[in-house]
Ligand binder design. Structure first.
Ligand code: PHE
Length: 344
């Protein structure tokens, strides 16, 4: 039988409800407001009552239902939206989310290593524009007017039909020209930077790559100085046991010119698939700066002499980490980049 006491009892029960999880709140909702809930049961009973009784209990029952709904809502709100069934989301002792810092690109790591070595030898770092003119990339470097390197096959020209067309630099030797034009001798610089050549992209060639070139000009600089500088560099870079060998070569801007090989740091000269069984790895080109190049930039070639060298950073990085495909350096595949987890 419905009595005022019955209704007050349910109200009191509602007031004493305690829930720790959303699951418990849901159980409480079912207990009071569900199909067979206590409040619902009172309403069922009410339906069958005489008019007279209805008047007596109607308002109280409605108040009870509203109180029950409000109580359930407030219990839910106390727990908060993110907390699930007894889960750990609100466990403040849990470790926080970590976030990735990223790591340096292998080309950037190698460039820094090489720059640091030459800084120790007293070299400065010089940089220059990637969009250059024919004069600084070819003309001032003693390239004969019809030299094949000026050909469309190798160079990305930006303007044509001009005596000094704009182009994307094919080597950072242009920065050395700019340094000779603006600085006084003695000059000791390394020029790291991005260069562009119109090559088909493959595992061994790309239309973009990075170089670091060096220039040393002073009175009385000889080929012996060049050889010593390269040997010291190679030992700093590849380890103290490293040997070098020089093979005669040709560049328009150096005379004499040489290609430099280092002893293979993997098989130590015995021959392996990295050095293709020769025991040697080619790393750079170098030579004594041609007097024509010095004169073109206003340096007295009867008084001063110098040497220059240049190497590809991707190639050095390939040797260092045994990367077998140049394209990896440009594709920004996270699986590749994450291999180089060096301190940022
Ligand atoms: N500039 C040359 C190249 O891009 C490298 C080089 C620099 C060779 C200096 C000799 C001296 O291939």
């Amino acid at each position: 039988m419905m009595t005022k006491e019955n209704i007050d009892k349910v109200l009191a029960e509602l007031g004493e409800l305690k829930c720790k999880t959303l699951k418990e709140v849901e159980e409480a909702r079912v207990r009071f407001l569900g199909k067979k809930g206590e409040v619902t049961a009172l309403f069922e009973e009410f339906r069958g009552m005489d008019k007279e009784f209805k008047k007596q209990f109607g308002r109280a029952l409605n108040d009870l239902k509203q109180a029950a709904q409000a109580r359930i809502e407030s219990l839910k709100a106390d727990i908060g939206p993110e907390a699930g069934e007894g889960d750990t989301a609100s466990d403040l002792s849990m470790p926080g989310d970590s976030f990735d810092l990223g790591s340096r690109h292998p080309v950037s790591i190698v460039r820094q290593e090489i720059v640091d070595i030459f800084r120790k030898f007293g070299y400065d770092v010089a940089e220059g524009p990637e969009i250059e003119d024919d004069y600084h990339v070819f003309e001032a470097l003693n390239f004969p007017p019809n030299h094949p390197a000026r050909d469309m096959q190798d160079t990305f020209f930006i303007s044509s039909g001009h005596p000094n067309p704009l182009l994307l630099r094919t080597h950072t030797s242009s920065v050395q020209v700019r340094t000779m034009e603006t600085q006084h001798v003695p000059i000791r610089v390394v020029c790291p930077g991005r260069v562009f050549r119109n090559e088909a992209i493959s595992a061994r060639a790309h239309c973009i790559f990075h170089q670091i070139e060096g220039l040393y000009i002073d009175e009385g600089v000889t080929f012996a100085d060049l050889k010593q500088a390269i040997l010291l560099f190679a030992r700093e870079m590849f380890g103290p046991q490293t040997q070098i060998r020089m093979r005669p070569s040709y560049f328009p801007f150096t005379e004499p010119s040489a290609e430099v090989d280092v002893s293979c740091n993997i098989c130590h000269g015995k021959g392996c698939n990295v050095c293709k069984g020769t025991g040697w790895l080619e790393i750079l080109g170098c030579g004594m700066v041609d007097p024509n190049v010095l004169e073109a930039s206003g340096i007295d070639s009867t008084k001063y002499s110098g040497f220059a060298f240049g190497m590809g950073l991707e190639r050095i990085a390939m040797l260092k980490w045994r990367v077998n495909d140049l394209r990896h350096y440009f594709e920004n595949d996270m699986r590749f980049l994450e291999e180089f987890d060096t301190v940022v």
